[in-house]
Design a protein around this ligand. Structure first.
Ligand code: NAD
Ligand code: ZN
Length: 358
């Protein structure tokens, strides 16, 4: 088992990564406050893993809420059903919520914990690659609004993150690829050497080589932990983690939540960011080709949906929260391994990227 720490003073917490971790109760129990524990999961994950968690925590007053599965249920209405569960079981301020699932479950559960009785503890047990490398770490929680992705939420850090890599065995190939999109993101924004390592190992990662996957998760979490520790509330550098996300969120909203997976939308979005960067001559064309090639080998889309045009992108991107005081800010690449957040880009070149000009 590898253990990393997210250093946030009194709110610091460990990330444990390894095989079979859902058989070690202490990893979770050490971080449980009070006697009451509510496991929040969904109808796909419950039959796979809820019983093991129940066994692990059978010393506590345990209850569970099983939500419908899908990004389209990451809503205020679903959140309300978590509150109903907590109130029906008379959960008090000293309870602990456990998020058992992918990023959707993690984001909803974290937000429920941030709000319930003005804030209770929660733990993350991420079960998708995407959640293991990204969404379970860093304390961003929330739900979608019909008008925009993740528009209602709060910062609320978990007490620990337990990543049992065995849970990836039940994940399908498309979801695994979606997680690889965020892994590739870390190479692009922060670590050219890791990007090259991914180029060398992408097929073996897709074939679920256990050791290579564990390394990719560890490297991703360690980059994310470092960035979050430096800028917890995203006043600066943390925004680099949004590479491809302004474009990607527009794709997710524009195509209807759940049709494009988050990681798929981010893959197409990162390539759009790379394309725009190269139109500014910040990034070379061969580097754009390297990025496109790696995303394709990872099984990810490399262009936005045919049906979305420039006008729709502009409208949806204007809602995205990276818009500061009316000006759109984007994460762009200066090189593979080096990103900037900037409002200082050419509108004409953005228009070329969005209209897919040759
Ligand atoms: N909070 C953050 O910092 C952050 C960062 C990145 C993404 N996100 C959010 O995360 C969400 C995407 O997360 P996701 O990609 O994990 O999607 P998801 O939570 O929808 O999970 C994907 C699918 O896999 C299923 N699943 C989960 N674990 C499984 C397992 N072990 N075996 C079999 N099936 C399993 C789920 O039921 C679901 O059908 C988006 O809503 C995105 O906005 C948040
Ligand atoms: Zn993301």
């Amino acid at each position: 088992m590898k253990t990393l720490t997210v250093n946030l003073g009194v709110r610091s917490y460990p990330i444990h990564i390894g095989q079979g971790l859902l058989q070690i109760p202490e990893l979770l129990t050490k971080h449980i406050r009070g006697r009451q524990v509510m496991v929040v999961t969904n109808e796909t994950i419950a039959p796979l893993y809820l019983d093991s968690i129940r066994e692990l925590l059978d010393d506590f007053d345990l209850a569970s809420v099983i939500l419908p599965d899908g990004e389209q249920y990451k809503t205020l209405k679903t959140l309300d059903s978590v509150f109903t569960g907590l109130l029906e079981h008379r959960f008090n301020r000293h309870c602990t919520l456990v998020a058992l699932g992918g990023g959707v479950i993690g984001d909803i559960t974290g937000f429920a914990a941030a709000c319930y009785q003005r804030g209770v503890a929660f733990l993350q047990i991420p079960t998708t690659l995407l959640a293991q490398v990204d969404s379970s770490v860093g304390g961003k929680t929330g739900v979608n609004h019909p008008l925009g992705k993740n528009m209602i939420g709060a910062f609320h850090q978990p007490g620990c993150v337990v990543i049992d890599t065995d849970t990836l065995n039940t994940l399908d190939q498309r979801q695994l690829a979606a997680g690889l999109a965020e892994v590739i993101k870390y190479g692009l924004i922060h670590d050219a050497g890791f990007f090259t390592w991914l180029e060398q190992n992408i097929e073996r990662l897709r074939a679920r080589d256990e050791q290579l996957l564990a390394y990719a998760i560890e490297r991703s979490c360690s980059i994310k932990a470092e960035i979050v520790a430096a800028d917890e509330r995203e006043s600066g550098r943390r925004a680099l983690l949004n590479l491809g996300h302004t474009f990607g969120h527009a794709i997710e909203t524009g195509t209807g939540y759940g049709n494009w997976l988050h990681g798929e939308a981010i893959a197409a979005g990162m390539l759009m960011a790379a394309d725009l960067s190269s139109r500014h001559e910040w990034l070379s064309r061969p580097d754009v080709a390297r990025i496109e090639n790696l995303l394709r080998r990872a099984g990810l889309p490399t262009s936005p949906p045919e049906a979305m045009d420039e006008a729709q992108f502009m409208e949806l991107m204007a809602i995205d929260k990276k818009v500061v005081d009316g000006g759109l800010r984007l994460v762009l690449l200066k090189a593979i391994g080096s990103a900037v957040i900037t409002g200082d880009f050419s509108a004409a070149l953005l228009s070329q990227t969005l209209s897919r000009a040759a």
